[in-house]
Design a protein around this ligand. Structure first.
Ligand SMILES: Cc1cc2nc3c(=O)[nH]c(=O)nc-3n(C[C@H](O)[C@H](O)[C@H](O)COP(=O)(O)OP(=O)(O)OC[C@H]3O[C@@H](n4cnc5c(N)ncnc54)[C@H](O)[C@@H]3O)c2cc1C
Length: 343
């Protein structure tokens, strides 16, 4: 088995609740590792609405989704949290009192006294394109995420989609692909204009191809794709040779493995918690942010912040069972200010 990473707390989910938990735990000298399926921190704010303005964050009359995430990342910097992005927590196993073994789908293993679930609406899962029989190729030559770019070196790649992920991966993979084709049903993109311009420049330089159309079916054997049958803008059919297909059709949210962690869930598939400590049915495992439920719960970012603060107070007793916790303000405590690097 992989050597476990030992830490005080593993936070599952790097959304706003998980990020602010780093701050509240850090003030109490508690070290954290965060795991998130996404390849960037910020949860829904970064993935679903990075440019939308948020108007109900206390003391910030207006901030964009990404702006909030950037500010949280700056705020937690003094505590040096370690991020494990592009990985999904698959299992949580109780191995002590309290001590948990947490494993990810990348084979990483953590041992932590406390686990904080900040998994929001669950895991973001890629939307499967409507191509009959695509399941047979998934994970072998059809990929919805790029975990290792090297895997695609020298390959003939077909990237499908018109959003930021499709364009970002087009630009990242083009230099190492044997040949790369971007396929989109319209000559109009949702992605950042700068990425679209870069893609168009590569096409003009004949360094990649752009094709208008939709994949209708895949041809291949034993999970290895050989070609995609494409319906063009005027209904004409053609065959595009390729070794791998990367469809980026957006994400949906599914509860995912949270349901298998032995924690009580309510009828809405949320984790019931008490409102004093935000602890789950398993002592030492906490749930904060959108994933939890209690009477009066509001799925707002500010709720997750409040829950993180109270969770940290209880987590402290698991991490330092023999120490007394004294309440302090950041304005007046030199000790807290030293931790924040401002005194
Ligand atoms: C369009 C839109 C607009 C919104 N506007 C506002 C607003 O104006 N004000 C406001 O307060 N709220 C708003 N919200 C709600 C707000 O975004 C959520 O309340 C907030 O993001 C919840 O934060 P969270 O940290 O609990 O979860 P999330 O932001 O959902 O983050 C959870 C993270 O956990 C990860 N995860 C899940 N399962 C696993 C696993 N097994 N392993 C590893 N990682 C996992 C996910 O990938 C995700 O990144 C809006 C939401 C949307 C969709």
């Amino acid at each position: 088995m992989t050597e476990p990473i030992k830490t005080d707390v593993v936070i599952i989910g790097a959304g706003p609740a998980g990020l602010f938990a780093v701050f509240e735990l850090g003030l109490l000298d508690i070290t954290t590792h965060l795991v998130d399926i996404l390849d960037k921190p910020g949860g829904q704010c970064a993935e679903l609405y990075p440019e939308k303005p948020i108007y109900d964050i206390p003391a910030l009359p207006i901030v964009s989704g990404q702006g909030l995430v950037d500010a949280l990342m700056t705020q937690i910097k003094p505590f040096h949290p370690e991020f494990h992005l592009g990985e999904m927590v698959e299992t949580i196993e109780k191995i002590g009192d309290p001590l948990f073994r947490v494993t990810t789908d990348a084979g990483k293993v953590f041992e932590a006294k406390v686990v904080v679930i900040g998994a929001g609406g669950g895991s973001f899962q890629p939307k499967r394109p409507p191509i009959a029989g695509i399941e047979a190729y998934e994970g072998k030559s059809v990929f919805y995420a790029v975990r290792q770019m090297e895997k695609f070196r020298g390959k003939n790649l077909l990237v499908v989609g018109g959003g930021d992920s499709a364009l970002d991966w087009t630009l990242n993979l083009q230099p190492l692909a044997g040949r790369l084709t971007l396929l989109h049903r319209r000559d109009d993109f949702r992605a950042a204009p700068d990425s679209v311009n870069k893609m168009r420049a590569l096409v003009a330089d004949k360094k990649m191809d752009f094709v208008l159309g939709q994949v209708m079916s895949l041809e291949g054997d034993n999970g290895q794709v050989r070609a995609a049958t494409v319906k063009g803008a005027k209904g004409e059919m053609s065959s595009l040779a390729c070794d791998a297909v990367l469809p980026f059709f957006g994400l949906t949210m599914k509860l995912g493995p949270v349901a298998n962690w032995g924690i009580a869930l309510d009828e809405e598939q949320l984790i019931p918690v008490d409102t004093e400590k935000f602890e789950t049915s398993v002592p030492g495992i906490f749930a904060i942010g959108d994933i939890n439920n209690y009477p009066g719960k509001l799925k707002l970012i500010l709720s997750g912040f409040h829950e993180a603060a109270l969770m940290a107070q209880q987590a402290y007793h698991y991490i330092y069972p023999d120490k007394k916790l004294t309440f302090q303000y950041t304005t007046s405590s030199t000790s807290l200010q030293k931790k924040l690097g401002v005194a």
